[in-house]
Design a protein around this ligand. Sequence first.
Ligand code: FE2
Length: 296
Amino acid sequence: MKPAKNSRGEAPEYLTHSQKYRLDLKGWLTIPNVLEDDLVKEIKEYCEDVKAGEFKRNMFDSDAILYLSEHPVIMGILNELVSAQNCASDDAYGYRLENSFCIYREKTNTSSFKPHGGSGYYAADNRGHRYSCTPAEEFYHNFCQEADFSGFQGRLNTGLTRIVFEFNPVAYGTGTRFISGSHKAALNKSDEVADHDSDIWDSYECDPGSLILFTEAITHSGSQWKSDFPRIAVFNCYNTIDKKFHLSGPTEEQYERMTTLQKSLFREVWNHSFQGDFGGYLGPNDRISDSGHFAV
Ligand SMILES: [Fe+2]
């Protein structure tokens, strides 16, 4: 898959079959201890420096934060789950980074409990919060014996995709919460969804440097933070190249500092240029020439 290397020359690391199986079933996945201790320390200190206000939606002044979108594990996830590979190359990612913000949450009541999303499997294609998948060989053997789909692996697309990195220890139930499987829910939500303490909510505990991956198509929420130290987490949101949900992005000064690959994370929302082959990418000049501004 493309690109084969990030800006630092590192190769992507892909999810295992077990991780993808769990992600498809539940709509979210944790991967423990992804980041090195030095990187955890650097980003945690950066977040502490910018903690004015509850969060900041533009974290692109930090090279370490930018690297979170190019980390080999992130490249592997996004190349496989979100990328339009026909629009990717060794100079361009096939996905876009919509925003990056830090949550710095001190001990709270339940005010950060705000359930939203869900049932994205059934969402119309004009919504960003959409989950889709195609079945693998085993499905066709079980239900369509006459067809030959031998070797067909199946595919997942998580649509608007959130990847959270935690920079302090997280006790169970105090980070982000999920209703597992609700990205495929066909019925209206039941009353217990509004209950912070209901066991319908799943969550995780983890060490600093762990990541949580989820589709925005799942019902999810923040939670009551109970520890004496703050929750420090960076929330990055990704989308395929021809969809944009959030009005956000880097300033021109931040954009100019980036590598060509990093700039491709903020490419314009298009799939055909009228100037070349379908799926082309115009490099750092991939901007609408008469718009004259960045969305920030
Ligand atoms: Fe959300």
